[in-house]
Design a protein around this ligand. Structure first.
Ligand code: SF4
Ligand code: SF4
Length: 387
C-alpha cells in the first residue's frame, strides 16, 4: 500500500458492506418517457412524441431527484436512462446533471436522432458510463421501414457521427426483425466498425407495455421464425460452439420432474435492480407490467415497494395444470425466453406457456444438441448469409 492504492481481492473491498441486509439496490433503470420521435414497428413503448396525456404524467425532475435519493440511500451506484426516447424530454440535460451530481454512473439508451451539440458538450463535460444506440438498418430504406419516419436514417447517422467524432464511446446493437433481417450481416459489420469490442443483437420481441392490440400485431409480424432465430445464433460460430459444448448445462431432462408450483422461478427481486416507469410505477423487472406487481412511487418509497413486491412475487404459486406440466416442468427452460412477465404481456396470464417462445426453444435445443462437427461444417453455410 502506498497511501493511495490498496491491492486486495475485489470481494474484500468495504464497498460491499453497504449491500449487507435487505432492501439493497445496485442500480435502477429510469424510463424518462414512454414517448418517442420514431415509430418502430417492433417497439413495446413508443407513444407519439406529442402524446400529451403521457407527457403530463411523466415524473418531474423534482420527483426524479427524490426517487434517486432513495435509490442512492439503498446503495444504488448506477442508473440507466431510457424511454421511449429519453432525449425527447426538454429537461433531459437538467435531469442528467442532477443525477450525476448525486454521484451516479449513468448509461443512456437513445436512438441518436436527437443528439445535438448541447448533448455532446454535456457528455464531454460529465461523461456517461456508456451510450447505447440501436441500429435498425444501414440503408435509409431498411432503417425507415422499421422506424416509419422519413428522414430518420439521416438524423441517426448525423447523431452517431456527432458522438463518435467528439470522441465519445458508443455501443451499437441491433434488433433482428422481419423488416431488416436481409440486412443483418451489413448491420453487424456497420456496428463492429464503430465498436470493435461490442456488438449484440436481440431477436426476442416482447409485446407492448400498454397491450395495444394493433401495435402488438405489428410486433408479431416483425418476429422471425424459430428457424431464422436459430440460423442467426448458429452464425456466431465461436459462441455457438461454446453453447454446444455445454449443452448439457442448458437442456436439463431432470427439470421435467420439477414439482414446484412457484410462478417465478427466476431471481426476480433479488437482483438489486428495479425499473421505474415514466409515471413513477416501480417494476421489479423491465418486462413485468402486471398491475398487481407494480408500485406507485408517487405515493410511497422504493423501500416500501421492495418490501411489498418482493415477497409477493416469491410467494406466488399456480395450480394451473397447463403451467405445471409445461413451463414449470420443462427441460428447455434454460434455452427458452418464456417467463411470467412476457407470458402476461402475451396472454394476460402469468402462468401460461407462449407458443412462439416454445417453438424457438425447441428449435434452439435441437440445434445446440447436434454434434459439434455437423453444425460447424454444414449448418453455417446457410446462416452465414445472415450475419
Ligand atoms: S427508437 Fe426506440 S423507443 Fe423509439 S420507437 Fe424505436 S425502439 Fe421504440
Ligand atoms: S414456453 Fe415451452 S419451452 Fe418455454 S418453458 Fe414453457 S414449455 Fe418450456
Amino acid at each position: 500500500m502506498n497511501g493511495h492504492v490498496v491491492k486486495k481481492p475485489l470481494r474484500d473491498f468495504e464497498i460491499w458492506d453497504r449491500y449487507d441486509g435487505p432492501d439493497k439496490l445496485y442500480s435502477f433503470d429510469l424510463e424518462l418517457t414512454a414517448r418517442c420521435n420514431l415509430n418502430c414497428r417492433h417497439c413495446y413503448i413508443n407513444l407519439p412524441a406529442g402524446h400529451s396525456h403521457s407527457a403530463c404524467n411523466e415524473l418531474t425532475i423534482k420527483e426524479i431527484s427524490r426517487i434517486a435519493d432513495q435509490a442512492v440511500d439503498l446503495g444504488a451506484m448506477w442508473c440507466l436512462l431510457s424511454g421511449g426516447e429519453p432525449l425527447l424530454r426538454k429537461d433531459f440535460g437538467d435531469i442528467y446533471l442532477m443525477l450525476k451530481k448525486k454521484g451516479l454512473l449513468l448509461s443512456v439508451f437513445t436512438n441518436a436522432t436527437l443528439i445535438s451539440d448541447r448533448h455532446i458538450e454535456l457528455f464531454l463535460t460529465y461523461p456517461p458510463r456508456d451510450i447505447e444506440i440501436t441500429v435498425y438498418g444501414v440503408t435509409p430504406e431498411t432503417y425507415e421501414k422499421v422506424t416509419r419516419r422519413p428522414g430518420s436514417f439521416q438524423a441517426f447517422k448525423r447523431g452517431l457521427d456527432l458522438l463518435v467524432s467528439s470522441g465519445l464511446q458508443v455501443r451499437l446493437k441491433a434488433m433482428a426483425l422481419r423488416s431488416n433481417v436481409h440486412e443483418m450481416s451489413h448491420i453487424a459489420e456497420f456496428c463492429r466498425r464503430y465498436t470493435k469490442d461490442y456488438f449484440r443483437y436481440d431477436a426476442n420481441l416482447h409485446l407492448r407495455f400498454d397491450r395495444d392490440v394493433a401495435k402488438n400485431r405489428d410486433i408479431i409480424s416483425e418476429r422471425l421464425s424459430a428457424a431464422e432465430v436459430v440460423a442467426l445464433e448458429e452464425s456466431d460460430r465461436e459462441r455457438f460452439a461454446a453453447l454446444q459444448e455445454q449443452c448439457d448445462k442448458y437442456v436439463l431432462p431432470e427439470f421435467e420432474r420439477n414439482t414446484s408450483t412457484r410462478v417465478f422461478a427466476c431471481g426476480i427481486g433479488s437482483g438489486g435492480s428495479v425499473n421505474i416507469g415514466y409515471d413513477g410505477q416501480l417494476r421489479l423487472c423491465s418486462s413485468l407490467y402486471h398491475p398487481d406487481y407494480m408500485f406507485d412511487l408517487r405515493s410511497g418509497t422504493i423501500k416500501e415497494a421492495l418490501r411489498q413486491l418482493v415477497q409477493k412475487v416469491k410467494n406466488l404459486t399456480s395450480n394451473r395444470e397447463k403451467f405445471l406440466t409445461h413451463c414449470r416442468a420443462c427441460s428447455l427452460v434454460n434455452v427458452c425466453q418464456w417467463c411470467p412477465a412476457v407470458a402476461y404481456l402475451e396472454t394476460g396470464l402469468l402462468d401460461e406457456p407462449v407458443d412462439h417462445f416454445c417453438r424457438v426453444a425447441h428449435a434452439r435445443a435441437d440445434s445446440v444438441q447436434q454434434p459439434v462437427n455437423e453444425s460447424a461444417e454444414e449448418k453455417t453455410t446457410d446462416s452465414q448469409k445472415l450475419l
